[in-house]
Design a protein around this ligand. Structure first.
Ligand code: IVH
Length: 709
């Protein structure tokens, strides 16, 4: 019998088959998954999936958003670049956002890119379009602010809007000039480019690190990132870092009218630029460049992961503009993944916050594309069965970019004679509870993920939940990041979230001694306690999100906070909702934005006495503030506001969440009902419409001043 699309889990359906509710579910899943991988890549310098897999997640997200534009989430990956800045460094807001690039993989993608430019600019099919082609450096991007020619500030990309202040460290990099020289050096310019480590310097550094018993880096990119992100600048100074300038952010006056002209000016001013950059015309010329550089890749002396093509004329770049996170006038043409053969020694099962068991391949170390790899992702149980991967097998591993590689397939001829198919565990390796694949209510099909049913008795889940509890969009406790949570958990200081708030009292009573832990001292402990105290008042939506209830992301948490008003009422109603014939269950299901799956997940959470105990103990320590109470005293309560243009101090989702928390209604379009338009850089038609309708327009700074930061 033919299946209707609603019977198959949304994650496995092609985008064009998704129904609205499934699209909503998929967008939520993708937002979470992409954010997770962004953190691993940008903050921890330890990615888990290949670039190709990551790009596929992003492409799927984009395609679903294109089909259902009204479902685009506030925290959509399409509105974000990278991950938020890490703790430890001060933060710098980029005056002009640091964006990303769209990717091309096949020759046809490049031809289509050039055609798209011609179409957009109204040029004929064969008309000449000058483009620059240059290596895509596999390093980390940086924004350098020069005022009157002097280096003033340096910031990493961070999440594209706000990066880490690494000025002190950048000043120690000898290839980055402290001063620009030349008659046409502008009063102000943010120079953007890539910091990298050459192959030779990487090899020397690792040899020295190994000899000294220090950290050995997996690849030059990690080494460059690790060297730049040192809290002690003397360490950065001792590391040989290179730099190539290839772009700019805020730059009120540019020295040329073309991309290649500005880069030539950079070189004249003393900035290192890449000598491989060429001006080409047409897709064929770009592809010829790509092939030529690809052939010389190993001899360039530094890692590149593709080629970047940019429209040369700046006036045309301006006309083409941007789509959410990338310019329309540029594209990154990626190199295909590199492969190698090795032996799969074992399959290790890791347990996540929601109990998901994730298999990781432990490999005999092998060099793939110049990097030694010993772990690979295996995704899930079905993937292992599909590929019939077994410990002891010889496998083909693929690595694309700077990531944990994937297993492409098994070399069956090399399989040991006594080999048997891998049996995915049916009990949790961390706590021994049953691990099950839940059935999809509608389809009756098993979920792809096997989950531990141990809940809070499972140590692996407990620690992951704690990490979620303190994460940026939950309690966001300064000085209490993932690593400290892990250490505190292992030390028995914190077992569940309420313990965070009794830490100081227990420290005083001599039951715990944080200051004795490595890396901690009296002062940092005092700071931590102050930061914890600050969070005793927390917005209700953050509180609900922090509980880590399955399917309850930030948006749903906000919906619930608004619907129930206060924490006590929310708790009471969710317990009452376990009666599926009762009013509370009906009420929950009637809330706009809460579907059956979410409602069931919340009720299941509160049906577990251990969870209610955590909520109660937490409520004895913290006071979640109703969104209404916050809104009541707010100057923008009840106002309809519209954000337009690119914001500098806030991301769009932050701005929206904050405005809503303060009781404002955020709308996507300007009408007579609009009270305030907040206009960032490059605001266009909405600003015009606001002027026509006489609506109050304010800058981002004025808005922040109004709402009191
Ligand atoms: S241009 C508006 N040129 O690739 C975007 N980026 O995938 C400006 N990258 O964030 C970027 N080499 O970190 C550009 N020659 C190059 C590059 C390059 C490396 C990095 C950069 C960017 C990322 C996008």
């Amino acid at each position: 019998m033919a299946r209707s699309s609603s019977e198959v889990p949304a994650a496995r359906l092609p985008v064009e088959k998704l129904e609205r509710a499934q699209a909503l579910e998929e967008l939520a899943r993708l937002a979470g998954e992409i954010a997770h991988h962004d953190t691993l890549y940008y903050q921890n310098d330890a990615p888990e999936i290949s670039d190709a897999d990551y790009d596929a997640l992003r492409r799927r997200n984009d395609a679903i958003e294109a089909r259902f534009p009204d479902l685009v989430r506030d925290d959509s990956p399409s509105r974000r670049v990278g991950a938020a800045a890490a703790d430890g460094f001060g933060k710098i807001r980029h005056r002009v956002a640091m964006l990303s690039l769209a990717n091309a993989f096949a020759d046809e993608d490049v031809a289509e890119f050039v055609q798209r430019i011609r179409r957009f600019l109204g040029l004929e099919a064969g008309a000449s379009v000058e483009m620059t082609a240059e290596p895509k450096i596999d390093g980390l991007s940086i924004s350098l602010r020069y005022e009157k020619g002097k280096l003033i500030e340096a910031a990493t990309r961070g999440d594209g809007t706000e990066g880490e202040n690494v000025t002190a460290n950048v000043r120690t990099i000898s290839s980055i000039p402290q001063r620009l020289v030349g008659a046409d050096v502008p009063a102000v310019i943010d120079v953007r480019g890539e910091i990298y480590m050459s192959h030779a310097d990487f090899a020397k550094l690792n040899a020295a690190q190994e000899a000294a018993g220090g950290k050995v880096f997996a690849n030059p990119r990690n080494a460059a990132a690790g060297s730049l992100r040192q809290l002690d600048s003397r360490i950065t100074a001792s590391r040989p870092l290179g730099f190539f300038a290839y772009g700019w952010g805020e730059a009120p006056k540019l020295p040329a009218e073309t991309q290649s002209g500005v880069v030539a000016a950079f070189a004249r001013w003393g900035l290192p630029t890449n000598s491989e950059m060429k001006v080409c015309d047409g897709a064929e010329a770009l592809l010829a460049y790509y092939r030529a550089i690809g052939a010389r890749r190993a001899t360039l002396g530094y890692d590149i992961d593709g080629v970047v093509y940019k429209l040369n004329r700046l006036d045309l770049q301006q006309r083409m503009g941007f789509v959410s996170r990338a310019p329309r006038w540029a594209i990154a043409h990626k190199f295909p993944a590199e492969k190698a053969m090795t032996v799969l020694r074992d399959i290790e099962i890791q347990v996540g916050r929601t109990g998901a068991l994730t298999p990781v391949a432990k490999l005999a170390p092998v060099t793939v594309g110049g990097v030694v790899v010993s772990n690979a992702t295996l995704h899930n149980e079905d993937e292992i069965r599909r590929k019939d991967v077994r410990p002891g097998d010889t496998v083909v591993v693929q690595r694309a970019g700077d990531v944990i590689p994937q297993i492409v397939g098994v070399v069956v001829e090399k399989r040991p004679l006594d080999s048997a198919p891998y049996q995915f565990p049916h009990v949790c390796p961390a706590c021994g509870s049953h691990a099950v694949r839940e059935l999809d209510e509608k389809s009756g099909e098993a979920d792809v993920v096997r989950r531990c049913t141990g809940g809070l008795i499972c140590p692996a889940q407990r620690v992951e939940r704690l990490k979620h509890f303190v994460s940026r969009n939950a309690f966001d406790i300064e000085g209490l990041g993932e690593k400290s949570v892990q250490v505190f958990y292992e030390g028995g200081f914190i077992q569940s979230p309420p313990d965070i708030f009794t830490l100081e009292a227990r420290d005083r009573a001599g039951e715990v001694a944080i200051a004795n832990l490595e890396g901690w001292g009296e002062q940092s402990v005092r700071k931590l306690f102050a930061a914890i105290d600050q969070r005793r008042r927390v917005a209700l939506d953050r509180f609900i999100f922090a509980l880590g209830i399955r399917h309850v992301g930030e948006t749903t948490a906000r919906v619930l906070a608004r619907a129930y008003g206060d924490a006590g009422e929310f708790r009471r109603a969710m317990i009452a909702a376990s009666d599926r014939d009762g009013e509370a269950w009906q009420e929950l299901n009637n809330i706009d934005g809460i579907g059956k799956v979410v409602a069931s997940a919340i009720v299941e959470f509160f049906a577990e006495p251990a969870n209610v105990d955590v909520v109660d103990k937490l409520l004895a320590e913290v006071s979640p503030e109703p969104l209404e109470a916050i809104a009541a005293t707010s100057p923008v309560s009840g106002k309809t506001v519209v954000f337009t243009g690119s914001l500098v101090r806030l991301t769009r989702s932050e701005a929206k969440a904050q405005a809503e928390r303060l009781g404002a209604k955020v709308s996507g379009s300007v009408s007579k009902k609009t009270d305030i338009v907040i206009a960032g850089a490059d605001a266009g038609s909405k600003l015009k419409k606001a002027a026509e309708l006489g609506v109050t327009v304010m800058s981002e700074d004025e808005w922040i001043a109004l709402i009191g930061d």
